[in-house]
Design a protein around this ligand. Sequence first.
Ligand code: WT7
Length: 652
Amino acid sequence: MSKSSKVKPTPEVIHKPSKEFSAKARIPSMAAYKKLYKESIDKPEKFWAKEAKELTWQKPWSKVLDWKAPFAKWFDGGKLNVCENCVDRHAFGARKNKAAIIWEGEPGDRRVITYGQLHKEVCRFANVLEKNGIKKNDRVLIYMPMVPEAAIAMLACARIGAVHNVVFGGFASEAILDRLEDSGSVAVITADGGWRRGKVIPLKPAVDEALSRYTAAKIKRVIVLKRTGNDIKMVSGRDSWWHEEVTEVSNKHVAKPFDSEHPLFVLYTSGSTGKPKGILHTSGGYLTGTYATCKYIFDMRDEDVYWCTADVGWITGHSYIVYGPLANGATQVMYEGAPNEPDFGRFWKMIEEYGVTIFYTAPTAIRAFIKAGDHFPAGYDLSSLRLLGSVGEPINPEAWNWYHKHIGGGRCPIVDTWWQTETGAILISPIPGATPCKPGTATHPFFGIDAAILDDAGKECKPNEDGRLVIRKPWPSMTRTIYGDKARFKKTYFSDYPGLYTAGDGARRDKDGNFWIIGRLDDVLNVSGHRLGTAEIESALVAHPAVAEAAVVGRPDDMKGQAVAAFVTLKSGFQESEHLIIELRNHVGKLIGAIAKPDDIYCTPGLPKTRSGKIMRRLLKELVTKGEISGNITTLEDYNVITALQEKVKKK
Ligand code: WT7
């Protein structure tokens, strides 16, 4: 791991923020960044307490940080209501009539919701939840399309102290069931369907299917939003319509204070082993982290129109659609559908239409836009933009340069933001008015974030030496635990170097101190910015009657970043065929969701194993990456397996 990498971080073109941008920015220069960074690392508690004080607390904290590694308590003794901070704070003052959410549905329908209106809607829905017996600490599963009601449901949960558990609408019933069971959810909020590429994508049937097999806890209610009007089954006594529920309650609701460490949400994400883990985030620290990063990294201001293209089903949607921007009182655009509906001009048309000033998207989307052609963005006026963001995977320099030129008009800084579901908020990113950027690096740590790259022995790596990315000090928005599994939490994140958070990413720093993220070091794939565990896909494959054994690895892909390659051995009586391959792909789609469907499936008489019987995924990875095996294979049990596979992969 600690060998010097042959790949040098090039090209070394440096983009400095423009004078105009820096002049107005909160952090106007690299000197200002360095000064505040040093202060924040010398005294992190002082830095974070100052940020937290900008929020509304119903009771002040008695201690900023209580750190008994790996367990943190931030702002202990303090009480706040996260929803009040995101909504009420703005709903009664100067921002009452300010647009909070400018929503556009895929078919073109629109809604503008002001902070005043958002407050009423959230209060109503909080009353609906309480009327249905949903209480503080209850887990509520949310499975919705990208409509304002998804954010309203999350905020209403936060308001009453219920813990939301949002499941991305692209996941299948099996994934819903796993999350229901692991979290012990007692209510579901869903919709009949959502729009995607001109088609209705039904959602309710997957919920019905999952609930038919869910026995772990009693479901108090399933609330269904009518979005698409497709025919669905309503189970009497269990299901009710959103629009009917909200007419029966008042639009007034008093936000009670909760402990700073009160759980806010669980969000499931893939790990290297086993089923997805429920990443738990709590209230005061999480809100402080998302609030402060929005303020400094997106330089968010009242006059901005911000747009993050993520789905609320991912952490990016939680932190940078719902909590961060709303805590800042921002105006934001929210969009329901696909970027290419009706064509690849959709995003640029919306930027022109709404005068978007800050735009945050993923490298995989940028690569799709490059492929679609420059004429799409060229057809629209994008001069309102002043800042661009990127998230989810390393942004390759080609994509960075295209984004900078064709979307940012050469004038907008780009913030390449590195973070994770577990970190809650951005940890490494340029500060837009300050940081000189080289395409492809997430540059420097945010204030209060003590990031470092260590070798296997725990020593800090030298410049340009590859190592493991760690965070040495706790930060407010860090995950507090894996839901229901403290031991796994400790083992996953704090056992490589005791007391230090290991991100699971490989990285290196250049001589200027920029962090270059190389990618995951574990068996986690990053497919189009979506995180998938190889173990999950493998267990979906072996659940098929034809499959005896499966091994899944990632291979580089120009568009998706990584593609999924699967190797399967078949049970006797089953023959390899094109039909079977299609069936296996669909089977994975059905069990996990379309994003997990393997791109390549190779049937093989055997998998490469060590003499002790462990599948050597490293070899399979090398095979799909380079087409052959070069490394040490002396531990291999049966060499013929590899020669046969090499032929197969070459033929593809
Ligand atoms: C993994 C976390 C952060 C929200 C979306 C993904 C990769 C994320 C970057 C970036 C290079 C990145 C890492 C990380 N990643 N952002 N700017 N540069 N890699 O959250 O699903 O928890 O995935 O995404 O590998 O560990 P997630």
